[in-house]
Design a binder for this molecule. Structure first.
Ligand SMILES: [Zn+2]
Length: 259
């Protein structure tokens, strides 16, 4: 082999080596980088879940009642049945059942709860002439005496057109806080119950409990007892539970915003 040929062979070998290195080195480096990222991923996940746990621990109250008092007001009772729905169902009974479930849910979230009634009776004396007026005055007096964080009055709706359905939250028209609370609860009800034609919150100046209550108060009309489907659903434990969960989540959301 002469010198020219030897140089050509050496040049070719060097060019090949450079080509081979140029092809493999970046891939090896990239793989190492990938490997290190893959290794880091679980660590990062662990890190974030640890953070989430810590946050939950901080938010989750340890002491029962630590977050304050909430008054639940199951509408009607006793001689006042409220709306009479499909199949003769009385509003007062559903109001109490939903309120009792809601009280449990709120207590799980660290609130203290008080109900204006815990059985089928109104807050009136049997001998009183205007029982409805005394009943409403006493509910408001209870709210004033106990100075709660907020009050939720639980009711069921009814309408001449049986097709109308869906929960709706009312607030005192001149209360900005009441409007915010109503918004939070309405949003949770519409989303969690999968309401296809969602209703909107409504300001009101006539409802006694909204007008005369000393605390931030909303009135939740959970279901239309005049709508056969909704009337059947609201009598089930499962749906009452879903309604109570949505109201509770709305309250938790509002309390978080107002703090
Ligand atoms: Zn009612």
């Amino acid at each position: 082999m002469d010198e020219k040929k030897l140089r050509a062979v050496i040049k070719t070998c060097m060019a090949l080596t450079i080509l081979i290195l140029a092809y493999f080195v970046p891939r090896i480096a990239f793989r190492e980088q990938l490997g290190s990222e893959t290794n880091q991923a679980p660590a990062a996940e662990t890190g974030s879940s640890e953070t989430a746990l810590t946050e939950t621990e901080q938010v989750e109250p340890k002491i029962k009642g630590q977050r304050g008092l909430i008054i639940l007001d199951p509408g009607h009772g006793g001689m006042d049945p409220g709306m009479i729905g499909v199949g003769g169902i009385e509003e007062k009974l559903i109001n109490l059942q939903v309120s009792l479930v809601l009280a449990e849910k709120l207590e799980e979230q660290g609130f203290e709860t008080m109900l204006t009634r815990t059985e089928d009776r109104g807050l009136y004396d049997p001998e009183t002439v205007n029982k409805k007026a005394q009943d409403m005055q006493r509910r408001c007096a209870l709210i004033e005496e106990n100075d709660p964080l907020l009050t939720v009055s639980i009711h069921q709706n009814s309408y001449s057109d049986p097709a109308v359905y869906g929960p709706q939250v009312f607030y005192f028209e001149h209360s900005a806080e009441g409007k915010e609370l109503a918004t939070c609860i309405q949003e949770q009800l519409n989303t969690q119950l999968g309401i296809t034609k969602p209703r909107e919150i409504k300001g009101n100046t006539n409802y006694y409990i909204l007008k005369r209550s000393a605390s931030v108060t909303v009135l939740v009309e959970c279901a239309f007892l005049s709508n056969p489907e909704e009337a059947a659903k609201i009598q089930t434990e499962e749906y009452q539970n879903a309604v109570a969960t949505a109201i509770c989540d709305g309250i938790v959301c509002w309390v978080g915003l107002s703090q």
